[in-house]
Design a protein around this ligand. Structure first.
Ligand code: SF4
Length: 927
């Protein structure tokens, strides 16, 4: 590093914000300032900091110009992980700051180290890096001059004012195609084989010998039954296995799955609900394939297309210097990452999630194929495309790690993987119901209509957009066919019936345009007229029954508009299908593949339009009994977001069973919380606890019953946890609720997770406790408040032992934090299901109050389950709601003593229990 660069860095101040105050470091010293004074200084001189948006939020001001070290980190170390906090970044670089003051003093040094790494690249990478830095210099990025100085000669070879470095496809390798694999064999996996494989995974590898538990081996042997040959079509071998925390579930199903894949030359799909478990599974598979190259060939993580970077979108966004200056930084970071990424997954892979928070979704995730506009083999980057590479790898992999949503959408839509999976393991099986509820629903809303119209017609009204209409994407394929060309043109003209950009404003002005908007205007009228609280800042809804005057006519008009689109769409589908058969001899492979891609996309949209047409026509009669229909206006913080007609299955496990379970040959469904242990009744059947699991996993729709087995957790919940129900805090007095959270969190010394049933309650508490906790040295993070995505918030919480975290539903079972970082969970009140119209219908169908109780017990059970992730964990679970009915207490293990106490006693008990457990744990460690 040159002396000039080092001197320039030494002049930069650094800022680390806490709650209500901040540390300002300059010229070797650090000063503690009130938040407003720190903000004033920062506005005068752009400081070094970590996470510009979160820092501004902590100071309570709008973002201000700064040198964000996260941007520099992403540029210098693309596709590398780092927590987006001062301590997280410093740790990644090799510093362990004791507190925020020390962290503020280290930031300059962190910048120096990162800049010093830049010259250590290959000559080719250096050149690209310099071109990107020149581009960013032109765009006014504050790091650009420092990067160019650090690059030295490499930078000097690129003229100032230059533009480029984004054409990463030049350097990406092409994917390799293989002949389709033969169908897998059908040899079974014996329980002994599963046990032996488990023993090998646990003991004979680089991880050293691990404790072998009998219950884990029994669990593996049970799962082996899901890999038996199928006896009859439509009747998969199904296993329902509940495995309490600590059984070692993942290796317990990887064992039989890997034996089956190996013996039969087939692929097993391991499906999870959360990204966190996907990552964990990926890590566990290192035991099966310790050799990285072998693992790369045999394991693939599959996600929906909308997760991966589309190279054509990147090219379009940067073509001819078209990008706006504020887009340049995220585009450059993506370009750097694209050459370092493992698989091109922009939405949850190795692209930093905080880059999305810092630069916005449009400028980052907007580069994925979100709208299904892929032109397949017509794309100049087709042979290097990340999505195509992932698809091909999954066809020959032994293990595909997927998620429930992808599995279901692929099955429902006949997505672009023609080789349907035959063997599945569904982990986090308690989430199958909600995943199916979302995958098999149909939403006829304004936003969905706009998206479809844009997909068909492209950008309209002279709007600048990267979107490409269908004529642009497949026009050249149909030039030689009058029928196809005519069908395409007619369909695009008919698509004017769909709503277009600006529809919400037109509806508010009473000025809808076209049949779709005319219908939505009537829906809006009905929702506002019938919802109990039309002015609510959150979403409102109403039944479709007894529609307002003119709604049926508007629905029929829109249905006719949709029919006018469907008729030419059917003709176009037929014409394209005919091309594939009639022109077999002449069609080049690339053209064939493009036609097939266009057909798949069209058929997907046809399914949607068919569903919309039925929904509209059904408004005149009764909703079919398998569905629940309603109108809703979606709002957030008082802002209207979307509006329309919603249709969900009353029992979404019906289509799930038909599309996924029945076509499969074997399925294992597992979770730590499958059964509902309702309070025992004298006349209850011995297997009553399984009834809810069979409903919520869909196995009750199979012709043969699933094999069922439960493996209790080996943890000592009675000794290592406490459950306290607080009886003297008024749950609607937010000052009291916040004070209870504050005192409990302080008593625990951090490591606390606060769960809330509503966003406004979370915000009310966060506002009140941020400062007192910060003053006690306990950093507080909050979903819906901090501009940081959920998974990253959990990562920060896991890494910082004193941190506290507040969250709503998604945090309830997305937090997998073993060790001392989580020792207290506080629920603000009983988490009853939201009493919306869909729940009302299901409640009536699935047992009334018993259904409410079931869902609430499962939520409590999942939340409580966060406390013990390892045998040596311990913790306290508190519910701040005296109205928690005793019949819900069976959510907790029977050996746990649940006590109803006042808040003062709850605080004292939390403090003394955690202190005693901590002391006990320290003693054991030192022994
Ligand atoms: S093949 Fe499709 S998804 Fe891949 S880069 Fe091209 S347009 Fe994008």
């Amino acid at each position: 590093m040159t002396t000039a660069l080092a001197a320039a860095l030494a002049r930069l101040p650094a800022l680390v914000a806490g709650g209500g105050f901040a540390w300002w470091a300059e010229q070797g010293g650090a000063e503690k300032l009130p938040a407003d004074a720190a903000a004033r200084r920062a506005r005068a001189v752009p400081p070094l900091l970590v996470h510009a948006r979160a820092t501004a939020a902590r100071l309570g001001v709008e973002p201000f110009p700064s040198l964000d070290l996260l941007d520099l980190f992403a540029f210098v170390r693309p596709a590398k992980f780092c927590l987006p906090t001062p301590h997280g970044l410093l740790q990644r670089i090799g510093f362990d700051a004791a507190d925020d003051e020390e962290a503020s003093l280290y930031l300059q040094e962190a910048a120096r180290i990162l800049l010093g790494e830049l010259p250590q690249q290959s000559p080719r990478a250096l050149k690209r890096c310099a071109r990107l830095a020149r581009t960013l210099q032109k765009a006014g990025w504050p790091w650009a001059p420092y990067i160019l100085a650090a690059l030295g000669e490499a930078a000097a070879s690129v003229p100032a004012g230059g533009f480029g470095g984004f054409d990463v496809w030049q350097e990406l390798p092409e994917w390799v195609d293989y002949a389709p694999p033969p169908p897998p064999d059908t040899q079974s996996v014996s329980p002994m084989e599963a046990r032996e494989r488990l023993a090998r995974l646990l003991g004979q590898n680089q991880f050293g010998a691990a404790e072998r538990r009998e219950s884990q081996a029994d669990y593996a042997a049970t799962n082996a039954q899901a890999f038996a040959p199928r006896a009859q079509i439509g009747m998969p071998e199904a296993v329902l296995a509940e495995a309490g925390t600590g059984i070692g579930k993942t290796l317990g199903y990887i064992a039989p799955a890997s034996v089956w894949a190996e013996k039969n030359g087939g692929t097993v799909w391991l499906s999870t609900f959360t990204k966190n478990l996907q990552r964990q599974l990926d890590r566990e598979l290192d035991r099966l394939f310790p050799d990285a190259a072998e693992k790369n060939a045999k394991v693939v993580i599959r996600k929906g297309r909308e997760n991966y970077l589309c190279l054509l979108n990147l090219e379009d966004a940067t073509q001819g210097g078209a990008a706006r200056p504020q887009d340049m930084v995220p585009l450059a970071l993506i370009a750097r990452w694209a050459l370092a990424t493992r698989d091109g997954d922009l939405a949850g892979g190795d692209f930093p999630a905080w880059a999305v928070d810092l630069h916005g979704r449009n400028r980052t995730l907007g580069l994925t194929d979100q709208r299904g506009e892929c032109i397949h083999a017509g794309c100049p980057h087709y042979r290097k495309c990340f999505i195509e590479r992932s698809l091909r790898r999954s066809r020959k992999a032994e293990m595909v790690i997927a998620n429930h949503a992808l599995v279901m959408i692929q099955a429902a839509m006949g997505d672009d993987d023609s080789q349907k999976p035959l063997r599945y393991v569904f982990d986090e099986g308690h989430h199958l119901f909600e995943a199916a509820d979302s995958a098999f629903a149909a939403h006829l809303t304004g936003q969905e209509g706009v998206d479809l119209r844009r997909w068909l017609r492209g950008p309209e009204g002279g709007r600048r957009s990267r979107a490409r209409g269908l004529a642009n994407r497949i026009g050249d394929l149909v030039t030689d066919s009058d029928t196809a060309r005519n069908a395409l043109e007619t369909m695009l003209e008919a698509a004017r019936a769909l709503p277009s950009d600006g529809w919400l404003a037109r509806l508010a002005d009473g000025n809808p345009a076209g049949a779709g908007e005319a219908f939505l205007a009537k829906v809006r009228q009905q929702v506002l007229a019938r919802a109990p609280h039309p002015d609510s800042p959150y979403g409102i809804e109403c039944p479709t029954k007894e529609p307002v005057a003119g709604l049926i006519e508007a629905a029929q008009g829109f249905a006719r508009g949709i029919e006018r689109m469907l008729e030419p769409m059917n003709r176009l589908v037929k014409a394209l299908s005919d091309m594939l058969t009639d022109e077999t001899a002449e069609l080049e492979t690339a053209t064939r593949s493009r036609i097939e891609g266009a057909l798949r996309s069209l058929l997907r949209r046809k399914l949607t339009l068919d569903a919309w047409r039925s929904m509209l026509l059904d408004l005149e009669t009764e909703t079919p009994p398998t569905f629940v229909d309603w109108f809703a206006l979606e709002r957030s913080d008082g802002r209207d977001l979307d509006l329309g007609l919603y249709r969900h299955y009353l029992d979404p496990m019906q289509p799930f069973a038909a599309a996924v379970l029945k076509p499969a040959h074997g399925v294992a469904i597992t979770s730590a919380t499958l059964r509902d242990l309702a309070p025992a009744k004298a006349d209850a059947a011995p297997d009553a606890a399984w009834a809810s699991a069979e409903i919520r996993t869909g196995v009750r729709h199979l012709p043969l019953p699933a094999r069922r087995a439960a493996f209790p957790s080996p943890f000592d919940y009675g000794a290592r946890t406490r459950v306290l129900v607080v009886t003297d805090v008024r749950r609607d007095a937010m000052d009291q609720v916040a004070a209870a959270y504050r005192e409990l969190f302080l008593a625990a010394g951090g490591g606390a997770l606060g769960l809330f049933t509503a966003i406004f309650r979370l915000r009310a508490v966060q506002k009140r406790i941020l400062k007192p906790l910060a003053e006690a040295g306990l950093p507080l993070y909050a979903q819906h408040v901090d501009p940081i995505d959920n998974a990253t918030l959990v990562d920060i919480f896991r890494a910082e032992e004193q941190a506290c975290l507040l969250g709503t539903d998604a945090m309830r079972d997305g937090v997998d934090v073993p060790g001392a970082s989580l020792r207290l969970v506080v629920f603000d009140r009983v988490p009853w299901p939201r009493p919306d119209l869909l729940h009302k219908a299901r409640r009536a169908a699935f047992g009334g109050q018993a259904y409410d109780d079931l869902l609430t017990r499962l939520k409590l059970k999942q939340a409580y389950g966060r406390l013990l992730r390892r045998a040596d964990d311990y913790g306290v679970f508190v519910v701040l709601d005296a109205q928690l009915p005793s019949r819900l207490l069976s959510a907790f293990p029977s050996e746990v003593d649940v006590r109803r106490v006042g808040i003062a006693e709850a605080v004292a008990e939390t403090r003394s229990f955690l202190n005693a457990m901590r002391a006990d744990s320290d003693t054991q460690q030192s022994a």
